[in-house]
Design a protein around this ligand. Structure first.
Ligand code: ADP
Ligand code: MG
Length: 562
């Protein structure tokens, strides 16, 4: 494949597995993978300690897969995970890594699903069984021999399993496995209960610990933003409007992501390029040279591809995807603030990555403050500032070369200088929205300050709000309010050019509410009604005191029906 297969291939994994790993977009083993894979391949017992998000699944799944004999259609590896979700995740990971290894069968075994099909899948030749301890014990009670061929046992998230009270189940499972098996234990922490399991059930285990060293990063101004995964590109585009950067490096996890983001940036007119392991060395050097001399302003890179990249112009690092470990976070943001200059680092965090953020804060010994996506007013101010800056040098001298033409045009168009200047401005800015109402109408971004469901149905809510608004205009009678909600009124309505989604966007952006907190929005001709949570209403209304929508003051007030 590419010159980048080196990392995984050098660990002793067979080519089919390396190829599948490359196909998922991983470029290089993470620290825990680097250290664990050779040990597990060698058949040793092992205790691996590393934080969430460090890549532990592949650290055991790849070598175990490597050790499976596909010609034998019987359980050979058993992975225990604390929850159904984690068991499914691990099973899916195995399937992904086995894509180019024919004959591998994986079965996930967990509670809440019928037992029969699970047992049949095990007996029908699954070599890899991923299970929660409770359900697996149920199976053992039906058939105590079902695990008698298992040669490799992995306890994933062992500390979590103990917290969930699986100690006794684990003992039952240990008893049901051949004593000659290999046992590997992964845990974020190693309390005494885990050490005691290890003493009793592991043989001469090797220890792998990924140290989280405290590292200080002083000259860099750091902040994080909560966003949903599918809104990352939109968030980056928004942030770039207001961040005053010279050169910027954006880090993502996969090759595909480098391409996607670089393409989105180019489409918006930024001088951007992707940098990933698929790009030939000489081309990579050209990209870095271009970033140095200003032909490029933004490079979107994976960690591997950015290795050794040292460009003093870089003022900003965007961590668009979470780094694998705190060390690589420190490493990434160290790309800015070079030579004693000020740097700025932004980290996008999806709701399920909150814990990694805490780890980063602990390791760097610094709080990474929460930032908000800039609202329409900030975006507009930034655009006008940029326009002003680009015109300033011309104002000083363009009149000499173009003044006469201007006079001639006002005469022949029979217009005021202001009318002509406005036309030229519109042309020069390529129709970019430069008044508040138009900026507000641009896709409003939904900030995610409160947790909500993992998959978002972005854009779904405004549509729904508009739909219900149409219905309400016909019906007229006020709809009953949901528990804990009150109705608020603004004097802005359809005749002010307001749509439900403008109101929703403004309240979300300025009020810092979770989307779910906002109920129906009804836009009438001369006013609108919005359902808001009663709890904290005063505070919310104060926050929204100066909010403008479509250029007009929102002035939201509680509305009493009687
Ligand atoms: P942990 O179990 O340590 O919490 P996971 O194994 O769930 O971490 O991995 C976290 C994320 O990182 C997953 O999305 C996984 O696909 C990704 N990942 C793991 N190893 C690599 C790698 N070497 N390169 C790129 N992404 C990786
Ligand atoms: Mg894990």
């Amino acid at each position: 494949m590419t010159q980048e297969t080196g990392g995984f291939a050098a660990l002793g994994l067979n080519p089919n597995i390396v190829a599948a790993v490359m196909a998922t977009g991983y470029e290089e083993p993470s620290a825990i993978q680097q250290q664990s894979i050779p040990i597990i391949l060698d058949g040793h017992d092992m205790i691996g300690q590393a934080q969430t998000g460090t890549g532990k699944t592949a650290a055991f799944a790849l070598p175990i897969l490597n050790r499976i004999d596909v010609s034998k259609r019987e359980p050979q590896a058993l992975i225990l995970a604390p929850t159904r979700e984690l068991a499914l995740q691990v099973a899916t990971a195995f399937e992904t890594y086995a894509k180019q290894t024919p004959g591998v069968n994986v079965v996930a075994v967990y509670g809440g699903a019928p037992m029969g099909p699970q047992l049949r899948a095990i007996r029908n030749g699954a070599q890899i069984v991923v299970a929660t301890p409770g359900r697996l014990c149920d199976h053992l009670r039906r058939d105590e021999k079902v695990l008698s061929t298992v040669q490799h046992l992995v306890l994933d998230e062992a500390d979590e399993m103990l917290k969930l009270g699986f100690m006794d189940d684990l003992e039952v499972i240990f008893e049901a496995l051949p004593p000659t098996r290999q046992t590997v234990l992964f845990s974020a922490t190693l309390p005494s209960s885990i050490r005691s399991i290890a003493e009793r059930h592991l043989r001469d285990p090797k220890h792998v610990k990924i140290q989280s060293k405290t590292q200080t990063v002083t000259a860099i101004d750091q902040a994080h933003l909560m966003v949903h995964a599918d809104q990352k590109i939109a968030a980056v585009l928004r942030l770039l409007e207001v961040e005053e950067f010279d050169a910027l490096i954006a880090f993502v996890r996969t090759k595909q992501a480098t391409l996607d983001l670089a393409a989105a940036l180019e489409a918006k007119g930024y001088k951007a390029a992707a940098l990933n392991g698929d790009i030939a060395q000489n081309q990579r050097e050209r990209v870095i040279e271009s970033l140095k001399d200003g032909r490029l302003d933004i490079v979107v890179a994976t960690d591997v591809a950015a290795r050794g990249l040292d460009v003093p112009r870089i003022t900003h690092v965007f961590n668009v995807d979470m780094p694998y470990d705190p060390e690589s976070y420190v490493h990434r943001i160290g790309r800015t603030g070079r030579a004693g200059r000020e740097g700025r680092a932004l980290l996008l965090v999806t709701p399920r990555e909150r814990r990694m953020l805490q780890v980063i804060e602990r390791v760097t010994g610094q709080k990474v403050a929460e930032a908000r996506l800039p609202g329409p007013q900030a975006v507009l101010d930034a655009r006008i500032k940029k326009l002003t800056a680009s015109l300033a040098p011309l104002v000083a001298e363009a009149e000499a070369s173009h003044g006469e033409l201007f006079d001639r045009l006002t005469a022949s168009l029979e217009c005021t200088p202001r009318a002509l200047a406005s036309a030229l401005l519109r042309k020069a800015t390529n129709g970019q929205p430069l008044d508040l109402a138009s900026v507000e109408r641009e896709q409003p971004l939904v900030p995610t300050n409160a947790p909500r469901g993992e998959r978002t149905e972005r854009g779904d809510r405004p549509e729904r709000a508009e739909r219900s608004d149409r219905g309400d205009r016909e019906r007229r009678a006020p709809m009953p309010l949901a528990e804990g909600r009150v109705r608020c009124r603004t004097a802005l309505g359809a005749r002010d050019g307001i749509a439900a989604k403008n109101l929703l966007g403004a309240i979300l952006n300025e009020g810092g509410l979770a989307r779910d907190a906002i109920g129906r929005i009804q836009v009438r001709d001369s006013f609108s009604l919005v359902e808001l949570p009663e709890d904290g209403l005063e505070r919310l209304l104060t926050k929204l005191k100066d909010t403008r929508v479509a250029g007009k003051q929102l002035k939201l007030r509680r509305y009493r029906e009687d």
